[in-house]
Write a protein that binds this ligand. Structure first.
Ligand code: SF4
Ligand code: ZN
Length: 268
């Protein structure tokens, strides 16, 4: 996942997973003095929720001696998620939030000079995402969900998910045991997401059939390799040049459908 002189941007939302990740990355970094860590937080503009998360992210970064940088949807796309949703109440908040946050992370990673962006996806997230992709007809996206995702052409910063082999509850336990202060309140939009329903279903299944999430994750990895070997290719988006399996990338599709969101990459 890493080499000894990586410049690593750690995506820190303020939740237990990302704060745990930051703390573990700091422990690893001590053994690799030529490497560099920078914590980056994306502020989507979710009132009453993101403020506490940002403060927790800043506070842990400071105590670990890691530089912290904040990037906002308002700054990058000229609109907060809250304002966007006021105009589009019919839309699924997480679909838009997720697409724009992925792009925001790429912009943030470039801005801080990172060659790797580390995210705190855990095993539960990975299995939920696999099912979401299948349910939404996006099975080809599975090939972009590997623990280490590199662009052979070097157009995108490599993504790494060091916690993806760990159950969410194991990470929560680590955070409690090591005294990491993290945000407990969930995002107000979470209840509208299909992901939440899948989380409940998978947790119920895991209770009755221990290790089922592991075997599902293992299937996801096999599917991902099979799809990649089948010859599904990623190509540049016809509008912005970013990486996509179709003609238009997801960000440009969102931009096309919602003209009030302007993306800095597109303007550049
Ligand atoms: Fe964004 Fe949905 Fe996560 Fe809230 S729950 S931060 S809207 S992806
Ligand atoms: Zn695009």
């Amino acid at each position: 996942m890493f080499s000894y002189k990586d410049q690593i941007a750690v995506a820190v939302s303020g939740g237990k997973d990302s704060l745990t990740l930051l703390s573990i990355m700091k422990k690893l970094k001590v053994r690799f003095p030529l490497s560099k860590l920078i914590a980056i937080t994306i502020d989507e503009g979710i009132s009453g929720y993101r403020e506490e998360a940002i403060s927790l992210a800043k506070s842990l970064s400071e105590s670990l001696g890691i530089e912290h940088r904040l990037f906002s949807f308002k700054e990058l796309f000229k609109i907060t998620l809250d304002d966007f949703l006021k105009k589009h109440d019919e839309l699924a908040p997480c679909s838009y939030c997720g697409v724009l946050r992925r792009r925001a992370l790429e912009i943030a990673g470039r801005s801080v000079g990172a060659n790797k962006i580390v995210t705190a996806h855990n095993l539960d997230d990975e299995v939920q995402t696999m099912l979401l992709n299948i349910l939404h007809g996006g099975v080809d996206r599975l090939m972009r969900s590997s623990p280490v995702l590199a662009d052979p052409d070097g157009r995108f910063i490599q993504r790494v998910k060091p916690l993806c082999y760990l159950y969410e509850r194991e990470i929560a336990l680590y955070a409690y045991v090591t005294g990491i202060k993290f945000q407990h309140i969930p995002c107000p939009h979470r209840s509208r997401a299909l992901r939440g329903e899948l989380r409940d279903i998978l947790n119920n299944l895991e209770d009755k059939h221990p290790s089922l999430k592991y075997t599902a994750f293992s299937s996801k990895m096999k599917l991902s390799h099979m799809i990649a070997n089948y010859g599904v290719k990623l190509n540049p988006c016809s509008s912005c040049g970013e990486w996509t399996s179709g003609d238009l990338c997801e960000v440009c599709r969102v931009l096309l459908e919602n003209k009030e969101i302007r993306c800095l990459i597109r303007e550049a």
